[in-house]
Unconditional design. Structure first.
Length: 259
């Protein structure tokens, strides 16, 4: 039995307030999984596992439960194409996909390049989609990219107004039991020499205080010394803790006890 199969043991009583990550160890860190209330932010350096966990959530969102919460996904890409090759690998090899016969038919992908298009998609297009499909997860990968591209032309007042509009819409969707994941970048790279006790103490999420006020739960992803870690940072109900995790062909799974 692989490490992933050992870690992949979903609770018999899935909590409707959380979307399981597909790994019991990570779910324990998060007290049940990703909250369906408010906005959850994944931030960190490139290659630290943010998108990998988001792709695994695209599978778990489709798990049929006793209460009938099997649902599709809206995945909004702003800086790169949807990682379809990796997602297809997960569909073929993940124990989650195999157990529940999950395919990619319920993952709806949007590619966005400008702030106006991002706001239009979230505020206007998604409500139309929600009338046609049962959606349980919305992923924005990444929230900062359009604003960084238009930094020279978008004044601070307009940027703040746009972020508040997007944040308000996402919070409204979360009230309908939809899990909201916003992947974010760092304002500065993490220096391995400044990291102690596996805690990220350098670099903050992009977009500043306006966006930070929209976020409910914030998790930092780090990679150094060939290891990846999740740090619970800002949350109304989680303590600051750290968990080591791994990525392989089957998905994302926790490696050690929470510290």
């Amino acid at each position: 039995m692989s490490n992933f199969q050992t870690a992949y043991k979903l609770s018999k009583n899935l909590n409707d307030n959380f979307l399981t990550t597909g790994c019991k160890i990570i779910d324990n860190l998060l007290r049940g999984g990703i909250s369906r209330r408010g906005i959850t932010q994944f931030y960190g350096i490139a290659g630290s596992g943010k998108t990998q966990l988001a792709l695994q959530l695209c599978l778990t969102s489709q798990i049929p439960t006793s209460n009938g919460h099997q649902a599709g996904v809206i995945y909004i890409c702003t800086e790169a194409k949807f990682p379809s090759r990796r997602f297809q690998q997960l569909l073929q090899m993940s124990p989650i996909a195999k157990k529940y016969n999950i395919n990619g038919n319920k993952v709806f992908i949007e590619h966005i390049s400008t702030v106006d298009d991002l706001e239009s998609c979230i505020v206007h297009k998604i409500p139309v989609m929600l009338t046609r499909e049962k959606i349980g997860l919305i992923v924005i990968d990444s929230i900062a990219a359009p604003y960084r591209v238009e930094y020279e032309t978008l004044n601070l007042k307009d940027r703040a107004k746009s972020l508040r509009s997007i944040g308000r819409a996402l919070h409204n969707y979360s009230k309908n039991n939809i899990c909201i994941i916003c992947i974010n970048q760092l304002t500065a790279a993490i220096d391995d020499n400044l990291i102690t006790d596996r805690v990220c103490n350098n670099g903050t999420p992009a977009l500043g205080i306006i966006w930070a006020c929209q976020v409910t739960n914030s998790f930092c992803f780090c990679k150094f010394n060939d290891q990846r870690h999740i740090h619970t940072r800002e949350s109304p109900y989680l303590d600051r803790k750290t968990l080591t995790f791994c990525i392989n062909n089957e998905g994302v799974y926790g490696l050690d006890e929470i510290t």
